[in-house]
Design a protein around this ligand. Sequence first.
Ligand SMILES: Nc1ncnc2c1ncn2[C@@H]1O[C@H](COP(=O)(O)OP(=O)(O)O)[C@@H](O)[C@H]1O
Ligand SMILES: [Mg+2]
Length: 229
Amino acid sequence: MIEIRNAGKKYQQGAREVHALRNVSLSITSGEFLSIMGPSGSGKSTLLNLIGGLDQPTSGEIFMDGRPLHGISDDELTLIRRRRVGFIFQFFNLLPILTAIENVSLPILLDGVPFSRIRPRAVQLLEQMGLGERTDHRPEQLSGGEMQRVAIARALITEPAVLLADEPTGNLDSHTSEEILMLLSNLNEQGQTIVMVTHDSKAAAYGTRVITLRDGALAEDVSLGGGRS
Ligand SMILES: Nc1ncnc2c1ncn2[C@@H]1O[C@H](COP(=O)(O)OP(=O)(O)O)[C@@H](O)[C@H]1O
Ligand SMILES: [Mg+2]
Protein backbone atom coordinates (compact mmCIF):
# COMPACT_ATOMS: atom_id res chain seq x y z
CA MET A 1 0.00 0.00 0.00
CA ILE A 2 2.89 2.33 0.83
CA GLU A 3 6.20 1.72 -0.90
CA ILE A 4 9.30 3.66 0.11
CA ARG A 5 12.42 3.26 -2.00
CA ASN A 6 15.82 4.58 -0.92
CA ALA A 7 14.24 7.62 0.70
CA GLY A 8 16.56 10.27 2.12
CA LYS A 9 15.87 13.57 3.82
CA LYS A 10 18.47 16.27 4.41
CA TYR A 11 17.86 19.44 6.40
CA GLN A 12 20.05 22.51 6.37
CA GLN A 13 20.67 23.69 9.95
CA GLY A 14 22.66 26.86 9.46
CA ALA A 15 25.94 25.82 7.86
CA ARG A 16 25.38 22.19 8.90
CA GLU A 17 23.62 19.57 6.83
CA VAL A 18 21.57 17.06 8.85
CA HIS A 19 20.71 13.67 7.36
CA ALA A 20 17.36 13.07 9.06
CA LEU A 21 16.81 9.92 6.93
CA ARG A 22 19.32 7.84 5.00
CA ASN A 23 18.41 5.44 2.26
CA VAL A 24 15.28 4.00 3.88
CA SER A 25 13.40 1.32 1.93
CA LEU A 26 10.16 -0.04 3.39
CA SER A 27 6.91 -1.62 2.21
CA ILE A 28 3.81 -1.11 4.34
CA THR A 29 1.00 -3.57 3.61
CA SER A 30 -2.69 -2.79 3.96
CA GLY A 31 -3.93 -4.01 7.37
CA GLU A 32 -0.59 -3.64 9.13
CA PHE A 33 -0.08 -1.88 12.46
CA LEU A 34 3.50 -0.69 12.09
CA SER A 35 5.36 0.75 15.07
CA ILE A 36 8.36 3.00 14.39
CA MET A 37 10.85 3.05 17.28
CA GLY A 38 14.19 4.76 17.81
CA PRO A 39 15.87 7.32 20.04
CA SER A 40 15.06 11.02 19.91
CA GLY A 41 16.40 12.57 16.71
CA SER A 42 16.63 9.24 14.84
CA GLY A 43 14.21 10.39 12.12
CA LYS A 44 10.90 8.85 13.27
CA SER A 45 8.76 11.94 12.78
CA THR A 46 10.51 12.73 9.51
CA LEU A 47 9.62 9.26 8.18
CA LEU A 48 6.01 9.52 9.38
CA ASN A 49 5.65 12.95 7.74
CA LEU A 50 6.95 11.58 4.44
CA ILE A 51 4.46 8.69 4.61
CA GLY A 52 1.64 11.16 5.30
CA GLY A 53 2.58 13.62 2.59
CA LEU A 54 3.35 16.38 5.11
CA ASP A 55 6.80 16.60 3.62
CA GLN A 56 8.77 15.29 0.65
CA PRO A 57 12.03 13.34 0.56
CA THR A 58 15.17 15.01 -0.83
CA SER A 59 16.08 11.72 -2.53
CA GLY A 60 14.33 8.45 -3.34
CA GLU A 61 10.70 7.61 -3.98
CA ILE A 62 7.44 7.10 -2.07
CA PHE A 63 4.27 5.60 -3.52
CA MET A 64 0.81 5.33 -1.99
CA ASP A 65 -1.41 2.79 -3.79
CA GLY A 66 0.99 2.99 -6.71
CA ARG A 67 0.83 6.78 -7.01
CA PRO A 68 3.94 8.86 -6.32
CA LEU A 69 4.07 11.13 -3.26
CA HIS A 70 7.45 12.52 -4.34
CA GLY A 71 7.94 15.19 -6.95
CA ILE A 72 4.23 16.08 -7.14
CA SER A 73 2.75 19.55 -6.69
CA ASP A 74 1.83 20.92 -3.26
CA ASP A 75 -1.85 20.95 -4.28
CA GLU A 76 -1.82 17.27 -5.23
CA LEU A 77 -0.01 16.41 -2.01
CA THR A 78 -2.54 18.42 0.03
CA LEU A 79 -5.43 16.48 -1.52
CA ILE A 80 -3.84 13.10 -0.76
CA ARG A 81 -3.11 14.23 2.78
CA ARG A 82 -6.69 15.38 3.33
CA ARG A 83 -8.44 12.43 1.73
CA ARG A 84 -6.19 9.41 2.28
CA VAL A 85 -4.41 10.05 5.57
CA GLY A 86 -5.53 10.62 9.18
CA PHE A 87 -3.09 12.07 11.71
CA ILE A 88 -3.02 12.01 15.51
CA PHE A 89 -0.39 13.75 17.62
CA GLN A 90 1.12 13.77 21.12
CA PHE A 91 -0.66 17.01 22.05
CA PHE A 92 -3.98 16.15 20.31
CA ASN A 93 -4.09 19.42 18.28
CA LEU A 94 -7.81 19.98 18.85
CA LEU A 95 -9.24 23.46 18.29
CA PRO A 96 -10.11 24.79 21.78
CA ILE A 97 -13.11 26.87 20.69
CA LEU A 98 -14.85 23.94 18.98
CA THR A 99 -16.86 21.17 20.69
CA ALA A 100 -15.87 17.53 20.30
CA ILE A 101 -18.34 16.93 17.49
CA GLU A 102 -17.27 20.12 15.70
CA ASN A 103 -13.61 19.11 15.95
CA VAL A 104 -14.43 15.67 14.54
CA SER A 105 -16.47 17.16 11.67
CA LEU A 106 -13.94 19.82 10.73
CA PRO A 107 -11.96 17.90 8.06
CA ILE A 108 -15.18 17.37 6.06
CA LEU A 109 -16.66 20.81 6.84
CA LEU A 110 -13.53 22.20 5.18
CA ASP A 111 -14.58 20.36 2.02
CA GLY A 112 -17.82 22.37 2.03
CA VAL A 113 -20.12 19.54 3.17
CA PRO A 114 -22.91 20.83 5.46
CA PHE A 115 -22.75 19.91 9.14
CA SER A 116 -26.19 18.26 9.02
CA ARG A 117 -24.82 15.68 6.59
CA ILE A 118 -21.66 14.99 8.57
CA ARG A 119 -23.27 14.89 12.00
CA PRO A 120 -24.57 11.28 12.06
CA ARG A 121 -21.17 9.85 11.12
CA ALA A 122 -19.41 12.13 13.64
CA VAL A 123 -21.79 10.98 16.40
CA GLN A 124 -21.23 7.36 15.44
CA LEU A 125 -17.44 7.76 15.61
CA LEU A 126 -17.59 9.53 18.97
CA GLU A 127 -19.85 6.73 20.29
CA GLN A 128 -17.39 4.16 18.97
CA MET A 129 -14.68 6.01 20.94
CA GLY A 130 -16.86 5.82 24.09
CA LEU A 131 -17.62 9.55 23.96
CA GLY A 132 -21.34 9.49 23.16
CA GLU A 133 -21.99 11.64 26.26
CA ARG A 134 -19.24 14.14 25.44
CA THR A 135 -20.16 15.31 21.93
CA ASP A 136 -20.83 18.92 23.00
CA HIS A 137 -17.88 19.31 25.37
CA ARG A 138 -14.94 21.55 24.53
CA PRO A 139 -11.39 20.20 24.84
CA GLU A 140 -10.81 22.01 28.18
CA GLN A 141 -13.74 20.01 29.63
CA LEU A 142 -12.16 16.70 28.61
CA SER A 143 -9.35 14.57 30.06
CA GLY A 144 -6.19 13.86 28.05
CA GLY A 145 -7.42 10.39 27.10
CA GLU A 146 -10.78 11.80 26.01
CA MET A 147 -9.07 14.48 23.92
CA GLN A 148 -6.97 11.86 22.18
CA ARG A 149 -10.12 9.81 21.47
CA VAL A 150 -11.74 12.90 19.91
CA ALA A 151 -8.58 13.32 17.82
CA ILE A 152 -8.81 9.67 16.68
CA ALA A 153 -12.46 10.18 15.66
CA ARG A 154 -11.43 13.30 13.72
CA ALA A 155 -8.66 11.35 11.99
CA LEU A 156 -11.11 8.60 10.99
CA ILE A 157 -13.92 10.75 9.61
CA THR A 158 -12.44 10.86 6.11
CA GLU A 159 -12.07 7.03 6.18
CA PRO A 160 -8.33 7.31 5.57
CA ALA A 161 -6.33 4.53 3.96
CA VAL A 162 -3.80 4.91 6.76
CA LEU A 163 -3.94 6.32 10.30
CA LEU A 164 -0.65 7.94 11.32
CA ALA A 165 0.16 8.54 14.98
CA ASP A 166 3.17 10.49 16.29
CA GLU A 167 3.79 9.58 19.96
CA PRO A 168 0.01 9.34 20.61
CA THR A 169 0.56 8.29 24.24
CA GLY A 170 3.54 10.59 24.90
CA ASN A 171 1.43 12.95 27.01
CA LEU A 172 -0.76 10.37 28.81
CA ASP A 173 -0.39 8.38 32.04
CA SER A 174 0.25 4.66 31.72
CA HIS A 175 -3.35 3.55 32.35
CA THR A 176 -4.76 5.99 29.78
CA SER A 177 -1.98 5.06 27.35
CA GLU A 178 -3.06 1.42 27.55
CA GLU A 179 -6.67 2.41 26.78
CA ILE A 180 -5.60 4.40 23.71
CA LEU A 181 -3.31 1.60 22.52
CA MET A 182 -6.11 -0.97 22.95
CA LEU A 183 -8.37 1.28 20.92
CA LEU A 184 -5.79 1.52 18.13
CA SER A 185 -5.29 -2.23 18.29
CA ASN A 186 -9.06 -2.82 17.96
CA LEU A 187 -9.25 -0.45 14.99
CA ASN A 188 -6.41 -2.41 13.39
CA GLU A 189 -8.26 -5.69 14.00
CA GLN A 190 -11.19 -4.16 12.09
CA GLY A 191 -8.83 -3.59 9.17
CA GLN A 192 -7.48 -0.06 9.73
CA THR A 193 -3.87 0.32 8.59
CA ILE A 194 -1.89 2.19 11.27
CA VAL A 195 1.64 3.59 11.46
CA MET A 196 2.65 4.74 14.96
CA VAL A 197 5.81 6.47 16.13
CA THR A 198 6.80 5.77 19.74
CA HIS A 199 9.97 5.57 21.82
CA ASP A 200 8.24 3.22 24.28
CA SER A 201 8.80 -0.47 23.57
CA LYS A 202 5.66 -1.47 25.50
CA ALA A 203 3.58 0.79 23.24
CA ALA A 204 5.38 -0.47 20.14
CA ALA A 205 4.43 -4.05 21.05
CA TYR A 206 0.77 -3.31 20.29
CA GLY A 207 1.80 -3.21 16.63
CA THR A 208 1.97 -6.18 14.28
CA ARG A 209 5.46 -5.12 13.18
CA VAL A 210 8.17 -2.96 14.73
CA ILE A 211 10.90 -1.15 12.85
CA THR A 212 13.75 0.68 14.56
CA LEU A 213 15.58 3.71 13.21
CA ARG A 214 19.10 4.69 14.22
CA ASP A 215 20.66 7.91 12.91
CA GLY A 216 18.08 8.05 10.15
CA ALA A 217 18.71 4.50 8.88
CA LEU A 218 16.54 1.41 9.20
CA ALA A 219 18.28 -0.73 11.84
CA GLU A 220 15.71 -3.44 12.63
CA ASP A 221 12.47 -4.80 11.20
CA VAL A 222 10.59 -7.37 13.30
CA SER A 223 7.16 -8.94 12.65
CA LEU A 224 5.19 -9.76 15.77
CA GLY A 225 3.34 -12.94 14.87
CA GLY A 226 0.11 -13.36 16.85
CA GLY A 227 0.64 -13.41 20.64
CA ARG A 228 0.04 -9.79 21.52
CA SER A 229 0.62 -8.85 25.15
N1 LIG B 1 12.44 21.13 10.00
C1 LIG B 1 13.67 20.75 10.34
N2 LIG B 1 14.75 21.53 10.09
C2 LIG B 1 16.00 21.15 10.42
N3 LIG B 1 16.29 19.96 10.99
C3 LIG B 1 15.27 19.13 11.28
C4 LIG B 1 13.91 19.47 10.96
N4 LIG B 1 13.11 18.44 11.36
C5 LIG B 1 13.92 17.51 11.89
N5 LIG B 1 15.21 17.91 11.85
C6 LIG B 1 16.39 17.14 12.32
O1 LIG B 1 16.30 15.85 11.75
C7 LIG B 1 16.67 14.84 12.69
C8 LIG B 1 15.52 13.85 12.86
O2 LIG B 1 14.42 14.52 13.49
P1 LIG B 1 13.03 13.81 13.80
O3 LIG B 1 12.54 13.11 12.58
O4 LIG B 1 12.15 14.84 14.39
O5 LIG B 1 13.45 12.71 14.89
P2 LIG B 1 12.57 11.93 15.97
O6 LIG B 1 11.13 12.10 15.64
O7 LIG B 1 13.06 10.51 15.89
O8 LIG B 1 12.92 12.53 17.30
C9 LIG B 1 17.05 15.58 13.96
O9 LIG B 1 18.45 15.76 13.95
C10 LIG B 1 16.34 16.90 13.82
O10 LIG B 1 17.04 17.90 14.51
MG1 LIG C 1 9.52 12.95 16.72
